[in-house]
Write a protein that binds this ligand. Structure first.
Ligand SMILES: Nc1nc2c(ncn2[C@@H]2O[C@H](COP(=O)(O)OP(=O)(O)OP(=O)(O)O)[C@@H](O)[C@H]2O)c(=O)[nH]1
Length: 819
């Protein structure tokens, strides 16, 4: 294997296509391999075109540096040969194994390159026959070597004009079509081969290339057979582009002649001979940068470098995006500590962060606040205002109480006596009963908030705590208990509030309608019922009462928000007159209710107020109603007899009082229940959660148990950490690559090719016979890799030194692994 199969000559090595690019591509391939298998740098395909026997296969072989293609005057390329070079990893033992594999003989390794040539010949015959026939069916050959680029080269049949052997009459058209198919894609680099001993103006290769690449941005002119030109002629004009201009210029080469092949001259020797030829030829001495296979390789390498440079930004942004997401994922797994102190700090940190996050969620400072739905504190507010308060507003205070029920209650409270005044007792009993109804929704409200807090506690640090299931469970238990313990006092408080309301019916409340006002309104109501009868009699009075009602109404609208009466829509089943009454000035009415209920404080005796008009009428009515009672056989189930006018007023008054007082209590509840819940439950949790956590969970002997991670989390952390490292490394490497490429260009831009192409340093063979461009200055080492200067020189000076082969080509990249 070693020796024969390893390219050991400097010239052969430096001439090989892509050698200067290999280190860069190697780095990139390493990055790809680590970052993701799906990524790869696709290098452009190189196709060799030209007329028959122009020297295409010879050029290709010289570029690859291996002797494996059928060549000769009688042997021609009759099927497209797609040659895929595949870079293999260098073996640890230093042996460089190279082999070929055909697609049509998959799995068979050809270690001997003579065998490869024979198989190409045999396979050509199998498909295209033995008599000059041409086929467009590809032969696909892969060459595996650690010294090659992953690049595809295509050797195409030469253009012939006159059909011979089994060739069809339209052979020229067919071959042209076939060639065009390969060179048409813009990613294909064209090596247009023309022998120096033919007329360039009639070059088939240049003609075809011009059609496929009119701009000439991917065509390199290759002039072969400079050694067999007519004596006294040279190709200087061609090489300088004076005959036919080509943007990328021309390179003149001297391949092995038929005689050389017959004498088994190796590529290595051929390259030495070529070098000698150009060195000794007076016409070509000054054109060293356009003479020789190494120069051709250099031009190609330069194009490949440019290609890679265009790929780099995309690659970089892809890696940087991945870097961000992997870093985020890695952070989500957090760190873990082995020491007690470290574990304690971590636990403390988690507990503090959790408590903060919980508070933030309630206060609406959550960073990951949703924009699609209400969350956290906003939900609590919604429950208070849109569910609790709204439900209370919709409750009818007299719901479930018919006029008959009230009438019965009044009669029951009057007992043996006939009612002289509107009794206080039924009002109190009824109002208490209605206040008691507020307990359930208030407790339910507290439950809702409790449920919300439970939900919030589950949402907090969901991702961060995923890796500590034991801790999560223990925290949930602690929060659950803490919430339960906070719910109890808030429920107790709500019960107390209701009990307080029920225990003392404050008829002196400034917002309470009061008895006299209630009587007045009740009278208005009854007079309205009687109005149709008296309308004709007293049109003026009715007009007056209407006016006063209107005035009262307008007063209600204004007074509403000031004295805190019910909003219009909140009160159901309330008549206009009742509304007028409810909006009336409670203070002015208080003395009347006091007189009726015989209350304390600013209450005055009935007698004292007996001359007050509004009271006298109901009293007269009551007296009148007493005279209507007459005894009869009592049935077993007694309901009061039909209500008379006086009783109707009593019922109306009771209802008015009920509504008025109930509204006061409702307002109190709407205000104090949320306050109780906030104080005893929500804010208590906010204040105490951290302390409770510390008390219950921060115990040294629990650290290990609570910070236990599931196996997959530690595995994932390990994997993401490794991936993060690789990506960071890849990013750094990529960051350095453009600089290296720039250095490359800067290096050769000092020494610009007359064709306009910058000259690439590091291909030393030309320097050995050039006086203008081959100075040692051109071996500019990358400033980042000062060692490479040495290695590039050593590569040149010690061609056979081990490891020098990769370095010697460009001299810009160190061969040692960057990682
Ligand atoms: N003296 C000399 N002979 C050359 C040179 N290049 C090629 N030849 C010879 O020319 C003949 C044809 O070379 P090939 O490389 O087979 O040419 P080709 O273009 O691949 O031929 P087809 O595939 O048949 O089109 C061979 O005998 C080579 O030895 C050269 O630069 N100098």
């Amino acid at each position: 294997m070693r020796g024969e199969q390893v390219v050991s000559s400097t010239n052969a090595a430096v001439a090989a296509l892509g050698h200067s690019v290999i280190p860069t591509v190697n780095k990139l391939q390493d990055i790809f391999a680590q970052v993701g298998k799906e990524s790869t740098i696709e290098l452009p395909q190189v196709a060799v075109i030209g007329s028959q026997s122009s020297g295409k296969s010879s050029v290709l072989e010289a570029l690859v540096g291996r002797d494996f293609l059928p060549r000769g005057n009688d042997i021609c390329t009759r099927r497209p040969l797609v040659l895929q070079l595949v870079q293999t990893k260098r073996r640890a033992d230093g042996i460089e194994e190279e082999w070929g594999e055909f697609l049509h003989l998959s799995g068979k390794k050809f270690l001997n390159f003579d065998e490869i040539r024979k198989e190409i010949e045999a396979e050509t015959k199998r498909e295209a026959g033995g008599n000059k026939g041409v086929s467009d069916k590809q032969i696909r050959l892969k060459i595996f070597s650690p010294n090659v680029l992953d690049i595809t080269l295509v050797d195409l049949p030469g253009i012939t004009k006159v059909p011979v052997g089994d060739q069809p009459s339209d052979i020229e058209t067919r071959i042209r079509k076939m060639i065009n198919l390969y060179i048409k894609p813009p990613s294909c680099l064209i090596l247009a081969v023309t022998p120096a001993n033919s007329d360039l103006a009639n070059s088939d290769a240049l003609q075809l290339a011009k059609t496929a690449d009119p701009g000439g941005s991917r065509t390199i002119g290759v002039i072969t057979k400079l050694d067999i030109m007519d004596r006294g002629t040279d190709a200087c004009k061609i090489l300088l582009g004076k005959d036919v201009h080509l943007q990328l210029g021309y390179v003149g080469v001297v391949n092995r002649s038929q005689e050389d092949i017959q004498m088994n001259r190796s590529i290595k020797d051929a390259l030495i001979a070529e070098e000698k030829f150009f060195h000794s030829h007076p016409a070509y001495r000054d054109l060293a940068d356009r003479c020789g296979v190494p120069q051709l390789a250099k031009k190609l390498n330069q194009i490949l470098i440019r290609h890679i440079k265009t790929v780099l930004p995309v690659l970089k942004s892809r890696i940087s995006a991945e870097l961000v997401s992997v870093a985020k994922e890695h952070a989500s797994y957090g760190e873990i500590s082995e020491s007690k102190a470290g574990q304690g700090a971590l636990l403390l940190n988690i507990l503090s962060k959790y408590s903060e996050a919980f508070s933030s969620l309630i206060e609406g400072k959550d960073e990951e606040m949703s924009t699609s739905e209400l969350s956290g504190g906003a939900r609590i507010h919604y429950i208070f205002q849109n569910i609790f308060v709204k439900s209370l507003e919709e409750v009818d205070p007299c719901e479930g109480l018919t006029d008959d029920d009230i009438h019965t209650a009044i009669q029951n409270a009057t007992g043996l006596k006939s009612a002289l005044f509107v009794p206080y007792v039924p009002f109190e009993v009824l109002v208490r009963r209605q206040i008691a109804r507020l307990l359930d929704p208030s407790l339910q409200c507290a439950r809702f908030i409790y449920d919300e807090l439970v939900k919030m506690s589950h949402r907090c640090m969901l991702n961060e705590l995923q890796r500590f299931p034991v801790l999560r469970k223990r925290m949930d238990e602690v929060i659950g208990n803490c919430l339960q313990e906070s719910l109890e006092p808030s429920e107790t408080m709500i019960r107390h509030i209701i009990e307080m309301e029920m225990d003392y019916i404050n008829t002196s409340h400034p917002n309470f309608i009061g008895g006299s006002k209630a009587v007045e309104v009740a009278q208005q109501m009854t007079s309205r019922v009687a109005a149709p009868i008296s309308r004709q009699k007293d049109a003026g009075d009715s007009k007056k009462s209407l006016n006063s009602e209107r005035t009262a109404k307008s007063r209600a609208t204004l007074a509403g928000p000031v004295n805190g009466n019910l909003p219009e829509q909140g009160v159901r089943h309330v008549t206009d007159v009742e509304k007028t009454a409810l909006s009336g000035n409670g203070a002015s009415a208080t003395w009347i209710i006091s007189s009726i209920f015989g209350g304390s404080g600013n209450r005055t005796s009935v007698r004292e107020n007996s001359n007050v008009e509004p009271v006298s009428e109901p009293v007269q009515s009551m007296e009148h109603s007493v005279s209507l009672i007459h005894l009869s056989e009592p049935p077993s189930f007694l309901r009061p007899s039909e209500t008379n006018d006086h009783e109707a007023i009593e019922i109306a008054i009771t209802k008015l009082l009920l509504r008025s007082y109930y509204d006061i209590v409702r307002k109190n509840m709407e205000d104090s229940v949320p306050k109780a819940i906030m104080h005893f439950l929500v804010n208590h949790m906010k204040r105490e959660l951290h302390n409770v956590f510390i008390k219950k969970l921060y115990r040294e002997n629990f650290f290990e148990e609570m910070l236990q991670e599931p196996d997959d989390v530690s595995l994932k952390r390990k994997r993401t950490r490794e991936r993060l490292r690789v990506l960071q490394q890849a990013f750094r490497t990529l960051d350095e690559l453009p600089l290296e490429a720039e250095t490359t260009e800067r290096g050769y831009s000092l020494n610009t090719d007359p064709t306009g192409l910058p000259k690439i340093n590091g291909l030393p063979s030309s320097s050995s016979y050039s006086s203008t461009s081959g100075s040692s200055e051109s071996y500019t080492a990358s400033p980042k890799n000062p060692k490479s200067r040495k290695s590039s020189h050593s590569g040149e000076l010690n061609p056979d030194s081990s490891g020098g082969e990769r370095n010697s080509v460009l001299g810009l990249y160190p061969t040692v692994d960057i990682y």
